[in-house]
Structures are given as structure tokens and as C-alpha cells.
Design a protein around this ligand. Structure first.
Ligand SMILES: [Zn+2]
Length: 297
């Protein structure tokens, strides 16, 4: 082969290698073990699907990302282990490696690492000016909202070790999403909590269904979110349905995918009927629409 041709081939090979590194959504870990993520550069507030493929059965598999323990499950394919990873919508952009330890049936251990970089969510910022009487809470309302926030934190912190969902996720009603997940709101020059869900405008009374199978972790009327249902899907994953006109489920009840949870309303601190749909994974506030995109029905 002529020297110039060889040089060209080597150069082309190096370029391919560089390309592989920059878009590494798959990492070979040796011994027939492969690690794959749906995105190596997830944006703030997104979910990432993690898949570990193993030619041989694994005795143990553990994974960690940014202090979060990954909870693996297996579907019909016994050689694929899957887990979800949640990037909180206010997590600072930048690199955060994903690490894994696997123990093969032979007792041998393998460690593997994947570079993941959190990207800016580029969320809209909304500046609002309102008379203080519409913004400031009375001491009683403030006390109530703080108590309820603590209760919700407790609900989201409890991890059910088994997976309760089966199959794909679906949106909970027939309506279009407003696309306002993550929006930052500045009220009278004071930054407020980011919008941690998606809003769906729909007439009051529109049925709201369970996005997937889960246990009712909360069914109550709260100050900000009005009549609210929280479903625990297991493995640290929750979905949240707010501002309902009525609730048709009881705390502790296990509901199937598509079960009626209640109806769209305008309860809580809102001005018009809509559903606020949110999701939490290992306490990270993530876009619920990612569940439907990554684990479709
Ligand atoms: Zn909302």
C-alpha cells in the first residue's frame, strides 16, 4: 500500500476514534459487559435510561451517579439490566461520571465508568409584577405550606425496593402539554421556585388517568397544589397530579396503568382549570414527559 494511503487510513481511524469518544453513549466494560445510556449529555430536568448488557448472568450490579444509587430492573430480556437516572432541574451543568460495579457469576468483579455531562436546560424566565397582597402568604398559610412541603419531601424520600410499574408510561389525559417544565419565575424581583412539572390545559371535569401502575402515596388537598394525588411506582420513581376537582382513589391503594385518579380542576393556588403533572426520581425533579419518551406504552 502506498505510504500516503496508509497515512490517510490511520488518520481516518483516529478521526473515527475521536468521534466515538465525543459521542460515547456506549462503553465496553470487558467480559461481554456493555454500558449504554440514552444520552451522555442530558439536560437539566431530564431522565436518562441506563442499560447494562451482559452475555453472562450477573451475581450483582450496582451503579451510582452524583450521589444517586441506581435501581436496576430486568424486563423480558434476561441479559439486559435497566435503570433510570434523574437529573434535577436545578443541578449545575458540568461533568458527572456514571460508575458501575458488576460481579459475574464466577465471582470476578468488573468496574466501569461513563462520562456524562449535564447541559443547561435553557428554561424560559418569566418576570412578573403583582401587588404584594397577591404574593405574600399569611403566617397561617405559610406555616401550612411549609408543613406540606416537608410531608411531600418525606413521601418522595421513601424508596419502594420493588418495581411496581409494568410496561410503558402514558400521558395522564387527552390534552397538549404547555411545554413550561423548568420555567423560572421572578416575582417582584424575587426568584421563586422553578416550575417542576408540565401543565395541561383542559376543561374542568376532564378525566385524569394513572400514567402507570403504582401505589397511591398521597391523596389529599394541599395549599399550593390543591387536590393532589402522588403515585409511587417503585424504585424511587413517583408521578404527581395536581389541582384536581375531585379525587377517586384512596391512600395505600394500588392502581393499574390507566386507572381513573380524579378529574381536572382548579383547586389550590391557580387561576384556571388545568392538570399539573410532575415526576420525581430519587428526589430529582424531572420532566414527566421523558417517562413517555423513554419508556413508551
Ligand atoms: Zn404547573
Amino acid at each position: 500500500m502506498p505510504a500516503h494511503r496508509l497515512r490517510w487510513l490511520l488518520c481516518f481511524g483516529a478521526w473515527l476514534l475521536a468521534l466515538g469518544v465525543s459521542a460515547a453513549d456506549t462503553v465496553p466494560c470487558g467480559d461481554g459487559l456493555t454500558l449504554r445510556v440514552s444520552s451522555p449529555s442530558p439536560v437539566q430536568g431530564s431522565l436518562v435510561l441506563v442499560e447494562v448488557q451482559s452475555a453472562a448472568p450477573l451475581a450483582q450490579l450496582t451503579g451510582e451517579w452524583a450521589g444517586q444509587t441506581l435501581h436496576f430492573w430486568r424486563d423480558a430480556n434476561p441479559s439486559t439490566y435497566r435503570a433510570l437516572l434523574g437529573v434535577d432541574l436545578e443541578r449545575a451543568p458540568g461533568p458527572a461520571p456514571l460508575t458501575f460495579q458488576a460481579e459475574l457469576a464466577s465471582g470476578e468483579r468488573r468496574a466501569c465508568r461513563l462520562r456524562a455531562t449535564v447541559e443547561d436546560g435553557k428554561f424560559a424566565v418569566e418576570q412578573l409584577r403583582l401587588p404584594p397582597r397577591f404574593v405574600e402568604l399569611s403566617p397561617a398559610d405559610l406555616e401550612r405550606s411549609q408543613r406540606e412541603a416537608a410531608r411531600l419531601r418525606e413521601v418522595f424520600a421513601a424508596v419502594t425496593p420493588e418495581r411496581l410499574w409494568q410496561g410503558g408510561f402514558r400521558r395522564p389525559l387527552e390534552a397538549e402539554a404547555a411545554g413550561n417544565f423548568g420555567r423560572r419565575r421572578i416575582l417582584n424581583d424575587q426568584p421563586r421556585a422553578s416550575h417542576s412539572g408540565e401543565d395541561y390545559s383542559a376543561p374542568a371535569g376532564t378525566p385524569v388517568y394513572a400514567a402507570q401502575r403504582g401505589r397511591v402515596a398521597l391523596a389529599d388537598e394541599l395549599f399550593f397544589s390543591g387536590k393532589t394525588v402522588v403515585l409511587d411506582h417503585g424504585l424511587g420513581l413517583f408521578t404527581f397530579y395536581a389541582h384536581l376537582q375531585s379525587i377517586t382513589v384512596e391512600p395505600g391503594q394500588v392502581v393499574e396503568a390507566g386507572a381513573l385518579l380524579g378529574r381536572v380542576g382548579s383547586t389550590g393556588r391557580v387561576t384556571a382549570a388545568h392538570l399539573h403533572w410532575a415526576a420525581r426520581l430519587n428526589q430529582a425533579r424531572v420532566n414527566p414527559r421523558d417517562l413517555v419518551a423513554l419508556l413508551p406504552d
